[in-house]
Ligand binder design. Structure first.
Ligand code: NAD
Length: 377
């Protein structure tokens, strides 16, 4: 069977779902692989590199393949070009791509959403949310260091001592922990806060100081956080205000699944920061952790520059694509028929498998994924 690598068409998307280095993993499973010409351009991979790796550049890749892999959901136009019975693998958020999901359903396409791979141990190697959050968290710390017009590390020189920057990180999930680790490596003094009890130990294991606000913790299901009440949110903001006023750089990465990002920092809190301070809000696209942040631009609030993240993994398209492609290879491997009788390169997802079932969005002309169906129908 044939797997196509789609050329991304969304504005600002520079990643690609398969990198030349990993094409051999798919051909070794017995698949033919092709790419839409120019698919790797945003991530600096050429058609020649794909061809050398065994993936044929083909303008009819979408029409003539059984499985199409992409980062963003395929456009409605691309979906209508797929052959009957085709499968797609991509991120596929129903709330942000309702037309795409409806078209996948109506065209009889079987589609899988990478963000719905369950976060169980067996699926860790397919966890694209984590791989992309890792890239985003690193990038946030680098952006903060780049915007700040002072050193992150302590410098002891013959001309005197320069004190290290104070960095505060709010939200210590995958992205936050990576931001902490990166800021620490650059030598900053890092303090961090998260509403989950387990996060304090993880923050300390990265060498940062865990901020203890002595508030009740908010554990949800599956290792995620629970939403705050407005009263809890207000108390958290009051208690965090002095830490933020003292920070040279503030990095926010807080999220609650299925909800708008929680507002952790008001404009009044940012206004208390010192001249030259920097705020990096990774959650700007999903509502913002910081009042006044704008996704994709730098706003000025009080004395601070407030940087709002927009498709942050796309700012490091090479490594982000490499990690995403490995997630895709791993999920396609799971969905490939095995056993002595199996014909190599046969795509045969087993819907009794929790990973396959949970990540399937559309199948047999219907929306298979219950939360997506509930949000759209
Ligand atoms: P996420 O992107 O949903 O949220 C980011 C962080 O924001 C979380 O740590 C959350 O607790 C925090 N947060 C939410 N509301 C907050 C608030 N009001 N104030 C401060 N912080 C707030 O989370 P994520 O990074 O995807 O992962 C969260 C959890 O999932 C972690 O426990 C992580 O270890 C776990 N996880 C498990 C697996 C796996 O088992 N395969 C994979 C990845 C992550």
């Amino acid at each position: 069977m044939r797997i196509a690598v789609a050329r991304e068409t969304r504005d600002g998307e520079t990643r690609v779902a398969m990198v030349p280095e990993l094409v051999g993993k798919l051909t070794a499973l017995g698949y033919d692989v092709c790419v839409e010409p120019g698919a790797g351009g945003g991530a600096l991979f050429t058609d020649e590199e794909y061809a050398e790796a065994g993936a044929e550049p083909d303008p009819r890749a979408l029409e003539d393949s059984d499985v199409v892999v992409s980062v963003q959901p395929l456009s409605v136009d691309a979906i209508r070009r797929l052959r009957a019975g085709a499968t797609t693998v991509s991120f596929l958020p129903g709330d942000q791509a309702p037309d795409e999901v409806a078209n996948l359903r109506d065209c009889g396409v079987t589609s899988f959403g990478m963000e719905f791979v369950p976060r169980i141990s067996r699926a860790q190697s397919m966890d694209a949310l984590s791989s992309q959050a890792l890239v985003a968290g690193y990038r946030c710390a680098i952006v903060a260091a780049g915007l700040l017009r002072r050193f992150f590390p302590l410098n002891m020189t013959a001309a005197g001592t320069v004190q290290p920057a104070e960095v505060v990180v709010l939200g210590a999930g995958v992205a936050g922990l990576q931001a902490i680790a990166t800021a620490k490596r650059l030598g900053a003094v890092v303090r961090a806060y998260d509403v989950r009890a387990a996060a304090a130990e993880e923050i300390r294991s990265m060498g940062a100081k865990a901020i203890d606000l002595e508030l009740e913790t908010l554990e949800g299901t599956g290792g995620y956080a629970r939403e705050m009440t407005e009263d809890r949110a207000a108390r958290q903001r009051d208690l965090l205000a002095p830490y933020i006023a003292n920070a040279d750089a503030l990095i926010t990465t807080a999220a609650v699944p299925g909800r708008q990002a929680p507002l952790l920092v008001t404009a009044a809190m940012v206004e208390q920061m010192k001249p030259g301070s920097v705020v990096v809000d990774l959650a700007a696209e999903s509502g913002g952790n910081v009042e006044g942040s704008i996704a994709g631009s730098i706003a000025t609030v009080g004395n601070a520059q407030v940087w709002g993240g927009r498709n942050v993994p796309s700012q490091m398209p090479g490594p982000a694509s490499r990690l995403y492609a490995q997630n895709v290879v791993n999920i396609l491997t799971l969905m490939t028929a095995t056993g002595e009788a199996a014909v190599p390169g046969t795509f045969a997802p087993d819907f009794d498998d929790e990973i396959v079932d949970s990540s399937c969005i559309t199948k047999d002309g219907a929306i298979h994924h219950e939360p997506t169906r509930a949000s759209l129908e």
